[in-house]
Design a protein around this ligand. Structure first.
Ligand code: CA
Length: 229
């Protein structure tokens, strides 16, 4: 799951990113409203943490702009003390939740989990498809009685597959979600990590496989379906 932090207090923004990374999320930080809007418009984020008072464009205008453009990425507003009227305006403008600064790490993480559950998405502790399950706290992939702990990138990729079983995920979407749009890495990382995951699925002896849809992308499917082809 990839989050965008738009917050001009750089120390706070960086601390938030660090906390999120420690909890197996991916996070990008921007310190300016206009830049934040450009990042948010890419559509690669699963959630946005948005400050209200920002240089360039304030958080409420940014939020209204996104919603008007049909972008429904869940947003948690980060508000300073005494901005109660901003909270109400923010909820009216399409924010999903808010946190008043200063807030505790555990409260932030709880709000993120609650909001991602509401969206029917992931980070609900366990994702299951057929006889395969992924624990989102321990990053362990399991089948029957065996399990394997995944590396962070493998975990993020498997999370996307398990949240969208049988759907073709384009290679570009996997790349953007996991490595980000300005990452310094090779596009064929996607293939490399798919092959790592295939080896792990194989060693777990599960019925679940990652199918290649030539020229399009990959999909999580059942072995029996693949054999019929
Ligand atoms: Ca601010």
């Amino acid at each position: 799951m990839r989050l965008l932090i738009i917050e001009d207090e750089t120390a706070l923004a960086e601390a938030l990113a660090e906390i999120l990374k420690q909890n197996s999320y991916t996070a990008d930080t921007v310190f300016d409203g206009l830049e934040g809007l450009e990042y948010a418009r890419t559509g690669i984020y699963d959630m946005i943490l948005l400050d209200i008072m920002l240089p360039g464009m304030d958080g409420l205008t940014l939020l209204k702009t996104l919603r008007r453009e049909g972008n429904h990425t869940p947003v948690i507003l980060l508000t300073a003390k005494g901005e109660v009227s901003d909270i109400i305006t923010g909820l009216d403008a399409g924010s999903d939740d808010y946190l008043a600064k200063p807030f505790s790490t555990s409260e932030l993480l709880a709000r993120i989990r609650a909001l991602s559950r509401r969206g029917g998405q992931y980070h609900d502790q366990e994702l299951v498809y057929a006889n395969l399950s992924l624990n989102q706290k321990t990053m362990e992939l399991s089948c029957k009685n065996s399990s394997i702990r995944l590396g962070l990138k493998e975990f993020q990729m498997m999370e996307l597959f398990l949240a969208n079983p049988k759907q073709i995920l384009p290679k570009s979407l996997l790349f953007d979600k996991i490595w980000g749009m300005d990452a310094d890495c090779e596009y064929n990382n996607v293939e490399v990590y798919v092959s790592f995951l295939r080896q792990k699925l194989n060693s777990l002896d599960t019925d679940v496989v990652i199918k290649t849809n030539r020229g399009v992308g990959y999909s999580l499917d059942l072995k029996s379906d693949e054999n019929k082809e």
